[in-house]
Design a protein around this ligand. Structure first.
Ligand code: IPE
Ligand code: IPE
Ligand code: MG
Length: 250
């Protein structure tokens, strides 16, 4: 660990600190295409994608973004070839084990959203360890969506609320947006202000459906393994030029 790791990168002068998004969410797409373009197996794209995420996390912390959420594996991604799914699960586990020390040093608080019970047991154990060891860190809130599906999240919240109604501890008219939110995986995390999707796809692929209600969306054609600090800078410039109206007339 060198002191270089801790040298904060200053905010580019064309960005305004007061207009920075509090919460950035990313759909890290295009790993497979990046590898294919180079005649490499898809997994090489995923491997490189991890380094890109690490750098983005550090950049967010340096530039004063409070929270970063990354879509690592969707509920639909189980439909990929078994070798790719197994590689991803092993990759997540290895990265968590290897990066825990640096996350502590860089004051990162990690959490996971998604249906974690379906993940391999050894990965669940690494997740539990990383979440509990970093829980008091305050440098940046880093959320990883793993076996995450927005519809699944909403359905499990409905089930939990319906069980309370059935038990007689809750009246239907007590259900409102605020209480519903408490049953989502993301409770306690503010909604994303900016959603970035790489590789040019204009869709949200079941990511944070509830939470994305008023997120600003930025799509770049760059594939995730090529997404760098300058690309993030461009996304932030675009974000800072938007007028967020939230349905009102300004
Ligand atoms: C995103 O890259 C990573 C995951 C979904 C895990 P892809 O693997 O979807 O890459 P493309 O879209 O096939 O290029
Ligand atoms: C979204 O990417 C999921 C993740 C980035 C983890 P996909 O590649 O799975 O999405 P689609 O299939 O293009 O919608
Ligand atoms: Mg994809």
């Amino acid at each position: 660990m060198t002191a270089k790791h801790f040298a904060l990168q200053a905010l580019p002068t064309d960005l305004v600190q007061e207009r920075m998004p509090r919460h950035v969410a990313v759909i890290m797409d295009g790993n497979g295409r990046w590898a294919k373009q180079r005649g490499l197996p898809r997994i090489m794209g995923h491997r490189r994608g991890v380094d890109v995420l690490k750098r983005l996390l550090r950049c967010c912390r340096d530039w004063g973004v409070e929270a970063l959420t990354a879509y690592a594996f969707s509920t639909e991604n189980w439909g990929r070839p078994t070798e790719e799914v197994e590689f991803l699960m092993a990759l997540f586990e290895r990265v968590l084990r290897q990066e825990l020390r640096e996350m502590m040093e860089e004051d990162v608080q990690i959490r996971f959203v998604g249906n974690l019970e379906m993940l391999p047991r050894s990965l669940q154990a690494e997740i539990d360890r990383a979440v509990s060891e970093t829980k008091n860190n305050r440098g940046i809130h880093f959320t990883v969506a793993t076996n995450y599906g927005g519809r699944q999240e909403i359905v499990q919240a409905c089930q939990a609320i319906a069980a309370q109604v059935q038990a007689g501890t809750l009246q239907p008219d007590q259900i409102d947006e605020a209480m519903f939110e408490q049953h989502l995986y993301t409770h306690g995390i503010c909604d994303p202000d900016l959603l970035i999707r790489t590789s040019g796809e204009m869709r949200i692929s079941n990511f944070l459906l509830w939470q994305m209600a008023y997120a600003e969306i930025y799509v770049t054609n760059t594939l995730w393994p090529d997404f760098d600090r300058e690309e993030f800078h461009q996304a932030l410039i675009s974000y800072q030029q938007r007028e967020r109206r939230f349905g009102k007339v300004l």
